[in-house]
Ligand binder design. Structure first.
Ligand code: DGP
Length: 245
């Protein structure tokens, strides 16, 4: 059986350096003559992507559920080409994936009630969408073989030239997003499907580049294992029942 390409996802907060690192990784792979391709989500070029782009720029408003499903659909529309490329031996680098989908949507919270007094205990904000609901439309997407999470404190990310004008580029939002990313990483690591690696995104660009290459290099020879499915419920159920036998 010929080997397939590796599916590598780079995730992180806004201004974590992930897009720069994804482009550098592509160049390093190409210099090493590894067939490779860079994709990015959201893909703003498709009809669905154009709706997402308009929402992110706050040019349109959409129900939180509806925009979440559009982000997911924007990933599903690329799945046939991801699978084809991987099977043909191309390594895919993916700038954001389903993990951003959960992290950004599950961190949306209701505004505090008007009657809340600032002098009482700090009130925990109530999420608008549950973690489980946010995860469900992305179940069964191709699972990454490796996810590199570029971790950075939101205050440090903001100091890197500031956030732009887009909807989520605010420090309190990014703080909640980071917490959800950490939860996702723990779950991926314990699921045994794909590897989740946390890298310090606050380091110098060249240091992050080296750490990424150290993780990616072992995958460049190609993989013989089948492409797995993300949060595959059939597999999870089988594992649960095996635990109770
Ligand atoms: P980027 O093009 O990487 O700067 O991402 C645009 C913004 O969209 C960024 O703030 C993160 C957010 N985002 C990316 N993917 C998703 C998703 O699937 N769902 C939600 N709600 N937000 C996302």
């Amino acid at each position: 059986m010929s080997k397939r390409g590796a599916f590598i996802v780079i995730e992180g907060l806004d201004r974590s350096g992930k897009s720069t690192q994804a482009e550098t990784l592509l160049k390093n792979l190409q210099d090493a003559k590894i067939p490779s391709k860079l994709i990015k989500f959201p893909d703003r070029s498709t009809p669905i992507g154009k709706l997402i782009d308009s929402y992110l720029r706050s040019e349109s408003e959409l129900d939180d559920h509806a925009i979440h499903l559009l982000f997911s659909a924007n990933r599903w529309e690329v799945v046939p080409s991801i699978i084809k490329d991987l099977e043909q031996g191309t390594t895919i680098i993916c700038d954001r994936y389903a993990f951003s989908g959960i992290a950004f949507s599950a961190s949306k919270v209701h505004p505090p009630a008007k009657s809340a007094s600032p002098s009482t205990f700090p009130i925990q904000p109530t999420p608008k969408l549950s973690y489980e609901w946010c995860r469900s439309p992305d179940i069964s997407l191709p699972a990454p073989d490796l996810t590199l999470f570029l971790d950075i404190l939101p205050e440090k990310a903001k100091a890197r030239g500031g956030y732009g004008e887009e909807r989520y580029e605010k420090e309190d939002v990014q703080e909640r997003v980071r917490e959800v990313f950490i939860r996702i990483g723990e779950e991926i690591e314990s699921s045994g499907v794909g590897k989740w690696v946390v890298l310090d995104g606050g380091l110098e660009k060249e240091e992050v580049e080296k750490s990424i290459w150290d993780e990616v290099n072992p995958l460049t020879a190609g993989l013989k294992t089948p492409i797995q499915k993300l949060w595959d419920q059939g597999r999870e159920r089988a594992m649960e029942s095996a635990l109770y036998i």
